[in-house]
Design a protein around this ligand. Structure first.
Ligand SMILES: [Zn+2]
Length: 89
């Protein structure tokens, strides 16, 4: 239904098909995973980018063959391009 794996535009992790967040009208968000976003709102609206990078790096490190440091380096580059973090203030 969603095609190739997508990256959550908030936490930078790959979103599995059944892990998408939900919009206020109950449809699935195409941008965010259910851990970040539910019913049209971020679960942690005040979280800082750096905090989320650390958390995601830890998860990537648990899930795959990547060290937490490498994961963090990747995410440091990827995050500023994600929708949630890329607002021009
Ligand atoms: Zn997410």
């Amino acid at each position: 239904m969603w095609g190739a794996s997508e990256i959550c535009q908030s936490c930078g992790l790959v979103v599995e098909d059944d892990k998408y967040g939900t919009n206020p009208d109950g449809t699935f968000s195409e941008d965010y995973c259910s851990e970040c976003y539910e019913e049209g709102e971020f679960n942690e609206p005040t979280i800082q980018m750096e905090e989320l990078i650390e958390r995601s790096a830890r998860k990537m490190c648990e899930d795959g063959n990547i060290s937490e440091e490498d994961a963090k380096r990747k995410l440091d580059k990827a995050f500023p391009r994600l929708k949630r973090w890329n607002d021009t203030w």
